[in-house]
Design a protein around this ligand. Structure first.
Ligand code: MG
Length: 262
């Protein structure tokens, strides 16, 4: 789940470096999130409703002795965020039936032994248009580049710069109103992790920091608006949008992805 800039006043102020024991819990939480996301990917087919995906995710998280972290978060009503087409993030699962050619961003969060995992994938429903493939590929690659920049001695701005410079070179736009975040015992810890910025600027990255990197990319303009439900963020120009996210830990040996199937 993305952090809405200037909204979450409760974000912790200090950076929490994680111990090896804490990281073991976070790997477990991350693995659960990754497994559930992969399973959902098998059910993102034409005719499925996003509410059905939500129910499946909740059951699978609970089966793994974990707790869905989005449900009840600032009043969010469901286990997953399901954002279709021009919806950028925080779409609320509903009776909407997925159609051939849709793209669906699924965001999953789980708490295991008190520790959080958070990740997102955009799935094509059936076969995707060339435009949809373009925005999905660019966002996936942006996440890969952002993660690669998450090494000790680099700065937060290096992550944002790696993402923004790649995305804009593809002729696409980076969403500004939502950002990645630190993650640990709470879902949204300090620091905020923007998908834009200047190389060498901002907080210096250190081993033991755990952050969620989550580029959100639009085919058109970067401006978004939030629908009357108070959650669903859509591109203001109605253009397609994709979202990929991993929770990672920065180590002396480089970034380690926590939200992957081991
Ligand atoms: Mg997140």
């Amino acid at each position: 789940m993305a952090h809405r800039r200037a909204r979450d006043v409760k974000m912790t102020r200090s950076i929490q470096l994680k111990t090896p024991r804490q990281l073991r819990h976070m790997r477990s939480a991350g693995k659960i999130v990754a497994e559930v996301l992969a399973l959902l990917g098998e059910h993102t087919v034409p005719g499925a409703t996003t509410a059905e995906l939500d129910a499946l995710a909740e059951a699978e998280i609970k089966k793994r002795k974990a707790v869905p972290s989005f449900k009840g978060y600032h009043g969010f009503p469901c286990t997953i965020c399901a954002s279709v087409n021009e919806q950028v993030v925080h779409g609320i699962p509903s009776k909407y039936r997925l159609r051939e050619g849709d793209i669906l961003s699924v965001d999953v969060g789980a708490i295991y032994s008190g520790w959080h995992g958070d990740a997102a994938v955009t799935y094509a429903i059936g076969s995707a248009s060339a435009e949809a493939e373009r925005v999905m590929h660019a966002t996936r690659e942006a996440l890969r580049r952002g993660i690669a920049a998450a090494v000790p001695g680099n700065h937060l701005g290096d992550i944002g710069f790696a993402i923004q410079s790649w995305v804009e070179a593809q002729g696409l736009a980076v969403i500004r109103d939502f950002v990645g975040h630190g993650i640990g015992k709470v879902m949204h810890e300090a620091p905020q992790v923007p998908n834009f910025g200047d190389a060498g600027e901002g907080l210096e990255l250190r081993a033991g920091m755990t952050i969620a990197i989550e580029p959100m990319v639009a085919l058109g303009d970067w401006r978004v608006k939030v629908l009357d439900d108070g959650w669903t963020a859509v591109t203001a120009d109605g253009s397609l949008s994709a979202h990929y996210e991993h929770s990672i830990v920065i180590t002396e040996a480089g970034p380690e992805i926590l939200t992957k199937v081991a």
